[in-house]
Design a protein around this ligand. Structure first.
Ligand SMILES: C[S@@+](CC[C@H](N)C(=O)[O-])C[C@H]1O[C@@H](n2cnc3c(N)ncnc32)[C@H](O)[C@@H]1O
Length: 420
């Protein structure tokens, strides 16, 4: 989304300061204010506050501007002291809500999901956002088990400034797990360094060259400043009785309780029965597939579709003893055209862009009595729910979870079923 309608006729307003009353929260970690008929998306504030804003993007010819709240004139309930020195105006883009108490963060996330459903799918629904089940990080800190740090020109690691490529060097990140490999105190001849720690205590670290293609890692680990930093190229994750091998670059939820929370929600909503035919789309290394296979038993079937080659290879390893599971590597849209077989249940967990119309129509074409849609972006979910309505599926239930404390990200699990 760009603020620039016509750069030719726009006089920059960047740096201008003005006092404004702040309105509702909007998707993306900011709130909406108005100035001279323009919408201003203001970060670091809360609905109901009066703040001095400083414009960070946009000009006189634009419909909307971006801004930071640089002085809080009237604070709203729910405001708190940030636990990070670089989270404020002009700072790191990683956290949006360091200045907000956790309960208020969840209320705001619920308002965002409701607003997206109303605006994009025409559905009026109050949404309550819950924390992860059995949350051991009730202060919203030290939870992040996977982080990719960027390196600046001097090889110092950090995170990028909000809406910028500039790297803010860090000595610590308060939302990162203390059990991650300690890479921040070294200089790295790389463009980025990815680290992970698993539920089983395995650690992973990889440094990537500027072109992003060559992980500098071998079986014995990385060397930075002549010091060994981390171990292997994959980690073991455990959820209940199931163990998963996850390649360092493969997808796994970043909050330690997220995978179990989502498995629980997916199983409850999908209520898969022995003998049913199921498709698990965007399946990663097979997290939901493993539990759905338990639920349908040996007389059922689970088609597990994942686009990433290494993700599918891990899924094959993780699920090799489940005869009812078929792992297919490929683009979901293409696979569904080749495998248009009837299904009782479809579970889908697409990336941030959503499934989009072609996949939604293909899913409906499989004739499932339930569709369980796991969504990391409420706007994409709402757009896809609207497409599902066009093909005869309605939203029956929706749960939302705050699995990324301090950020604007929220995970939804939606149940859809044929109308009537
Ligand atoms: C949000 S992750 C979900 C993974 C898995 N369900 C889990 O919970 O661990 C989305 C997955 O979709 C895969 N993906 C993205 N686009 C895809 C596509 N067009 N076709 C197949 N898989 C795709 C990604 O590689 C990623 O593993």
């Amino acid at each position: 989304m760009s603020a620039h309608d016509d750069p030719g006729t726009t006089e920059s307003l960047v740096g201008r300061e003005v006092e404004l009353d702040v309105g509702a929260v909007a998707h993306g970690g900011h709130c909406v204010a108005r100035w001279d008929g323009r919408v201003v998306f203001v970060r670091h504030t809360l609905p109901g506050e009066r703040v001095r804003i400083r414009v960070t993007e946009g000009g006189t010819g634009d419909r909307f501007l971006r801004a930071d709240a640089v002085e809080i004139l009237v604070a709203a309930p729910g405001r708190t002291e940030p636990r990070c020195d670089v989270s404020g105006p002009g700072g790191c883009g990683g956290c949006d809500f360091q200045h907000v108490e956790l309960a208020t963060q969840r209320r705001l996330l619920g308002e965002v999901v409701s607003e997206q459903l109303a605006r994009l799918a025409g559905i009026e629904r109050d949404v309550e956002v819950r924390g992860p089940s059995g949350d051991q990080h009730a202060d919203g800190l030290r939870w992040r088990t996977r982080v990719t740090f960027a390196a600046d020109d001097e090889g110092r690691l950090g995170l990028r400034r909000h809406r910028s490529h500039e790297v803010i060097p860090l000595s610590a990140c308060p939302i990162a797990s203390p059990d991650l490999p300690a890479v921040l105190d070294s200089r790295w001849p790389a463009s980025r360094v990815a680290v992970a720690v698993s539920s089983e205590g395995d650690t992973f670290a990889a440094a990537y060259d500027v072109d992003g293609r060559l992980p500098r890692i071998d079986a014995t680990g990385l060397v930075a400043d002549g010091r060994r930093v981390a171990g292997r190229t994959w980690v073991r994750e455990r959820v209940d009785a199931h163990e998963f091998r996850v390649g360092g670059s493969g997808f796994w939820q970043v909050h330690p309780q997220a995978a179990a929370t989502l498995v629980d929600a997916v199983r409850r909503m999908s209520a898969a029965r022995p003998g049913e035919r199921v498709a698990d789309l965007y399946a990663g290394v097979g997290l939901f597939t493993a539990f759905l296979a338990d639920d349908v038993g040996p007389s059922g079937t689970v088609l597990s579709v994942e686009g990433d080659r290494r993700g599918s290879a891990d899924a094959r390893r993780n699920l090799h003893d489940r005869t009812q599971v078929e792992v297919v590597n490929g683009d979901v849209a293409k696979v569904l055209t080749q495998r248009a077989e009837q299904r009782d249940l479809v579970v889908l967990d697409p990336p941030r862009t959503g499934a989009r119309a072609r996949v939604v129509r293909a899913v409906a074409g499989l004739g499932p009595s339930r569709v369980v849609y796991v969504a990391c972006d409420p706007a994409a979910l709402a757009r896809d729910v609207a497409t599902f309505a066009d093909v005869g599926y309605e939203l029956v239930d929706l749960e939302a979870y705050a699995l990324f404390p301090m950020t604007h990200h929220v995970e939804c699990v939606a149940l859809l079923a044929p109308v009537g």
